[in-house]
Design a protein around this ligand. Structure first.
Ligand code: BG6
Length: 518
C-alpha cells in the first residue's frame, strides 16, 4: 500500500445512519475499504439519526446490511468485529442546532484524544428536502471552519430544476468552499465509466477518429428492468429526466465528448466537462417532440414474471403523469461534434439492466468492392459496455474465407473480468475513498450541475405545460414507447439492441452489433 494514497486520520459522520443508503451502500463500501487496507489507521464512523439505538444494536443492524449488500457477501466475524469497533451511534435531531454543537464538541474531543487534526466528513444521507437546513446548521456550529479537512457530501438530486439547483448551490457555497463540497453522482465512481477517460486519452489509436469526420452518431442507453421498488414517494416527484438523465446520462455524454484535459486533476477534468454541457444546443420549445420523448410503463412481463403498472406502484398517484422513460436527441455544437447526434435513452421496466455507449462510425467514403461482396457489410462500431458485462467491443470487416470476395463483420472483444483477475471495487468504495483523500475529480462541481439543468430546462418546461395524453404508453418488459422509435427513425437510424442481449454469453458466435441501424 502506498502510504501517500491512504487518507489522514478521519472522522466519518453519517447523518441518516438508520437509513437505506447507509445500510445498502455506505457501510458495505467502508467495510470493503477496511478489508482492502485503504482505511486510515485512525478512523471513527459516527452515525447520527433520530431514533435511539445502542452501539451494539447499530453495529448488528449494519452487519446485516453488509451481509446482504457487500460484493464480498457475508462478513468474516473476526474481521467485522475489528471494523465494528469503530462505529458509534448518536441520537440527533437534525432540526435542532444543539445536535450540531454537541457533534462539534464530540469531534473536538476525538481530535484531542488523537492529538492530531482529522478529516471530518459530513455525509448527508438524508432526504433532499433536509439538505439546505442541515448545511446551515453545520455552518452555525462552525463545522466548516477547518476548510482543508472538513468536507460535506451531498447526494443527488441537486435541486429539481435550474432555479432550485442555484439556490441549493448558493446555500452550500455560502457556508463551505467549493473544494469542501462533494456532490455524488455514483456513475462517476464506476470502473467502466472511469475507464472512458483511460480509453480515450491513454491510447493514440482512437482519438484521431473521435470526431464528426468519422463518427456518424452516438447512442447512450441506461436500461433497467427494475421498477421503482419502494421509492414511489421520491420517484413520482422526480421522473426519468431528473433521476437519470440530468446526472448519469449527461455525465456519460460529457466523458464521451469532452476535449482532452491537460492533467487528470479535479478542476481540469471538470472544466472540460462543463465546456461540453455549455455546447449542447438548446432545444426549441416548439420542436420539443422532435428531440425529447417520454413514456410511462403499463403492466407487463419481465423475465417470465407479471409486473404491475407504474400507476399501481406504492406511493404513486393513480393518475400520475411522471415519466419512467425518457429519450433525447442532443447536439454538441463545437468543431469536434457539429452535426453528430447523441441519442440518449433510459427507462424503468425495460427488458434488462444494461448500460452501454455505442459509437457508430461513418460508412467508408467509397465502396471499392462489388455489390455482391457487400451483402453483410456493416460500418465500424465501438461499444463500451458499462454494465453488467463490462467490456469493450470493436466491430470491423474482414474477408469471409472462400474463393470469392465477400466482406463479413467480426468482433474484437475485451472483457474486464477475463483480462483482470480481480473483483473491481464498487462505485461507492472509490468515491468514499476519494472524499477521505480530498480528491474532487469524480464529483460534480456547482457549475456542472447547473449547466446540466440548463440543458434540460426547455424540456422540463415543455413537459410541465403540455401534459402527456397517452400515458401509460409502453408495456413493462418492452424497449419503451413507439415515439422513441420514431424519434430516431426520423433520422434514418434505429436504437441498437444491447450487445449482451443479442449474444448472451456467446459473443464469438454472434454477428453482433448488427442492429437495424448498422
Ligand atoms: C440512481 C437512480 O441514481 O441510479 C435510480 O436514482 C437508479 O433510480 C440507479 O435505479 C441506477 O444505478 P445503477 O448503478 O444500478 O445503474
Amino acid at each position: 500500500m502506498d502510504n501517500n494514497l491512504q487518507p489522514d486520520p478521519t472522522i466519518f459522520v453519517i447523518f441518516g445512519a438508520g437509513g437505506d443508503l447507509t445500510w445498502r451502500k455506505l457501510i458495505p463500501a467502508l467495510y470493503n475499504l477496511h478489508l482492502d487496507g485503504w482505511m486510515p489507521e485512525r478512523i471513527i464512523v459516527l452515525g447520527l439519526d433520530r431514533t435511539e439505538m445502542a452501539n451494539d444494536e447499530f453495529r448488528n443492524h449494519l452487519q446485516a446490511g453488509v451481509n446482504k449488500n457487500s460484493r464480498r457477501g457475508k462478513v468474516d466475524k473476526k474481521l467485522w468485529n475489528a471494523f465494528a469497533k469503530k462505529l458509534f451511534f448518536i441520537k440527533a435531531d437534525f432540526e435542532d442546532d444543539k445536535s450540531f454543537t454537541n457533534l462539534a464538541e464530540r469531534l473536538a474531543k476525538i481530535e484531542k484524544d488523537w492529538d492530531t487534526k482529522a478529516n471530518k466528513i459530513y455525509y448527508l444521507a438524508v432526504p433532499p428536502g433536509l439538505v439546505e437546513n442541515m448545511a446551515r446548521r453545520l455552518g452555525n456550529a462552525k463545522l466548516y471552519e477547518d476548510w482543508q479537512r472538513s468536507r460535506i457530501v451531498v447526494e443527488k438530486p441537486f435541486g429539481r430544476d435550474l432555479e432550485s439547483a442555484r439556490k441549493l448551490n448558493g446555500t452550500l457555497t455560502g457556508i463551505f468552499l467549493e473544494s469542501q463540497i462533494y456532490r455524488i453522482d455514483h456513475y462517476l465512481g464506476k470502473e467502466t465509466v472511469q475507464n472512458i477517460l483511460a480509453f480515450r486519452f491513454g491510447n493514440t489509436l482512437f482519438e484521431p477518429l473521435w470526431n464528426r469526420h468519422y463518427i456518424d452518431h452516438v447512442q447512450i442507453t441506461v436500461a433497467e428492468s427494475l421498477g421503482i421498488a419502494h421509492r414511489g414517494d421520491y420517484y413520482d416527484r422526480a421522473g426519468a429526466l431528473r433521476d437519470m438523465i440530468q446526472n448519469h446520462l449527461l455525465q456519460l455524454l460529457c466523458l464521451i465528448s469532452m476535449e482532452a484535459p491537460v492533467s487528470f486533476n479535479g478542476n481540469e477534468v471538470r472544466n472540460k466537462k462543463v465546456d461540453v454541457l455549455h455546447a449542447i444546443r438548446p432545444i426549441p420549445f416548439e420542436q420539443i417532440n422532435d428531440f425529447a420523448v417520454r413514456g410511462q410503463y403499463a403492466a407487463g412481463w419481465i423475465e417470465g414474471e407479471r409486473v404491475k403498472a407504474y400507476r399501481e406502484e406504492a406511493d404513486v398517484a393513480t393518475d400520475s403523469l411522471t415519466e419512467t422513460y425518457a429519450a433525447l436527441k442532443l447536439f454538441v455544437d463545437n468543431w469536434r461534434w457539429q452535426g453528430v447526434p447523441f441519442y440518449l435513452r433510459t427507462g424503468k421496466r425495460l427488458p434488462a439492466k444494461i448500460s452501454e455507449v455505442a459509437i457508430q462510425f461513418r460508412s467508408v467514403p467509397h465502396q471499392t468492392f462489388p455489390a455482391a461482396a457487400l451483402m453483410d457489410w456493416r460500418p465500424n462500431r465501438l461499444l463500451l459496455a458499462i454494465q453488467p458485462h463490462e467490456g469493450i467491443f470493436l466491430r470491423f470487416e474482414v474477408k469471409h474465407p472462400g474463393m470469392t470476395m465477400h466482406l463479413s463483420p467480426v468482433l474484437m472483444q475485451f472483457y474486464y473480468r477475463e483480462a483482470f483477475d480481480i473483483d473491481p471495487p464498487e462505485a461507492y468504495e472509490t468515491l468514499l475513498l476519494d472524499v477521505m483523500r480530498g480528491d474532487t475529480t469524480l464529483f460534480m462541481r456547482a457549475d456542472q450541475t447547473e449547466a446540466a439543468w440548463q440543458v434540460l430546462s426547455p424540456i422540463i418546461q415543455a413537459w410541465e405545460k403540455i401534459k402527456p395524453f397517452s400515458f401509460p404508453n409502453y408495456q413493462a418488459g418492452t424497449w419503451g414507447p413507439e415515439e422513441a422509435e420514431i424519434l430516431i427513425a426520423r433520422d434514418g437510424r434505429s436504437w441498437m439492441m444491447p450487445t449482451y442481449l443479442q449474444c448472451q454469453e456467446n459473443l464469438a458466435a454472434c454477428h453482433i452489433m448488427t442492429g437495424a441501424s448498422s
